[in-house]
Ligand binder design. Structure first.
Ligand SMILES: Cc1cc2nc3c(=O)[nH]c(=O)nc-3n(C[C@H](O)[C@H](O)[C@H](O)COP(=O)(O)OP(=O)(O)OC[C@H]3O[C@@H](n4cnc5c(N)ncnc54)[C@H](O)[C@@H]3O)c2cc1C
Length: 390
């Protein structure tokens, strides 16, 4: 293999580059990234960059010298617009065509938008470092913030903005924040935590309209007739895989790029990170994870499998791991946290803000969550077994 192209210059793309070099690939490597900035880490954006505790440039994933050691042709500010798997070429937005022997797709996600209101000033999303910088600049002059969406991103933004002393409302269609991600029981604790910190929760509510004056947002309208005054709105209603550039490639697409269990999409083409959807060998279910650790682990597997070839490729079968930091709570979770799981506290006590909970389906432990209990949580990792498909 002489030339490998990586599309997506972030956590998964960069890890794949590292892994290819570590595995002894000496051919030429090209990395294409739509953003102008060199690869940086996203988890701090909604936490320390937004709060002002971390300077934006400190999110960088590699110093210049380390990037140079990878001997890559790094094409930043360039977007892949087309893939021809038969001809083995990737076309870029400047018309450049890159021939490849191997390709790793690591294009991540794009934020989902509401069908209305995004043209108004004061309405933001948060996915990139530029988003975080612009949101932070606006927050300083925006006392009333409405966050739409109570997933990980929305709850973190609510916690961080509340920590800055702003008036914060959080809206979600579910009964509790993080209900879909961590189940309603833990979601209830997350709701209590936000309320104790003074966030106004509007659960079970749908946003019907964003209203504004002179092109700037002034309020968020809810389906029960409530009007929430807003100087700034953050829309955090999920993301969609960045597969637009693959639409006419003939690759299998669905909720992401559809790979096999070894992360292969087509001969010589692998995918990794938030964009990759693969049949998880432990559950038999198609899976796509939006977790930082997965981006690293999956990119390692994809890179190794690309070099090894299909006959030697190994399936990708991780026990998922994610985390979120909100106020003083550091929440980490291994495995699966289905909404209908039975949740039992096995160590500590939610009232003390420090505990471990196990998620059961039947008598099977399918997940473990630690709330300010990272060390204790590790002991439960080996008890986790994947959920059995119904
Ligand atoms: C604000 C925020 C906070 C987060 N916090 C946590 C956390 O606390 N814990 C956790 O586990 N996870 C967290 N995550 C998730 C984690 O950051 C992601 O799982 C991880 O970034 C995925 O890496 P990736 O390389 O697959 O995709 P991305 O990081 O999305 O990178 C994809 C890159 O590809 C580029 N790209 C897209 N299309 C093209 C194209 N056509 N041509 C060229 N380039 C393209 C994009 O511009 C982007 O730079 C957070 C995410 C965000 C946004």
């Amino acid at each position: 293999m002489d030339h490998i192209v990586l599309v997506g210059a972030s956590a998964a793309g960069l890890t794949a580059a590292d892994a290819l070099r570590l595995e002894g690939f000496t051919g030429s490597l090209t990395m294409v990234g739509e953003e102008l900035r060199p690869p940086y880490d996203r988890p701090p954006l909604s936490k320390h960059v937004l709060s002002g505790k971390l300077e934006p440039h400190k999110t960088t994933l590699r110093q210049d010298a380390d990037l140079q050691r990878l001997r890559m042709n790094l094409k930043l500010g360039r977007r892949a617009t087309h893939l021809d798997p038969a001809g083995r070429t990737v076309t870029l937005d400047d018309g450049d065509r890159l021939d490849y022997d191997g390709l790793i797709i690591a294009t991540g996600l794009r934020p989902r938008h509401l069908p209305f209101g995004h043209g108004l000033a004061g309405v933001h999303v948060l996915r990139t470092l530029d988003d975080a910088v612009s949101l932070r600049a606006q927050l300083l002059a925006a006392p009333r913030v409405v966050v739409i969406g109570g997933g990980f991103l929305g709850t973190e933004i609510a916690a961080t903005t509340r920590g800055l002393g702003l008036d914060v409302s959080l809206v979600d269609v579910e009964d509790t924040p993080l209900a879909r991600q961590l189940g309603p029981q833990i979601g209830g604790l997350v709701a209590d935590m936000h309320q104790e910190h003074g966030v106004r929760l509007h659960m079970n509510r749908t946003v019907t309209e964003l209203t504004g004056t002179a092109g700037r947002v002034t309020a968020v309208q809810l389906d029960d007739g409530t009007s929430l005054p807003a100087d700034l709105v953050v829309v955090a209603i999920g993301s969609v895989p960045a597969v637009d550039w693959l639409a006419d490639s003939g690759l299998p697409l669905g909720d992401g790029v559809l790979c096999d269990s070894t992360c292969q999409v087509a001969p010589g083409i692998y995918a990794a990170g938030d964009v990759a959807n693969w049949p998880h060998p432990l559950t038999g279910e198609r899976t796509r994870l939006e977790q930082r650790t997965n981006a690293t682990q999956q990119a390692l597997t994809a890179a190794r499998n690309l070099l090894a070839g299909p006959a030697e490729a190994t399936p990708y079968a991780p026990v998922p791991f994610g985390w979120t930091d909100q106020y003083t709570a550091k929440i980490q979770f291994h495995g699966w946290c289905p909404m209908d799981a039975r949740v039992a506290y096995v160590d500590g006590d939610p009232q003390d803000g420090k505990f471990v909970a196990l998620y059961y389906t039947g008598d099977r432990v399918v997940g473990a969550l630690g709330w300010n209990s990272a060390r204790t949580l590790r002991a439960y990792h080996d008890r986790i077994a994947a959920p059995v498909a119904a």
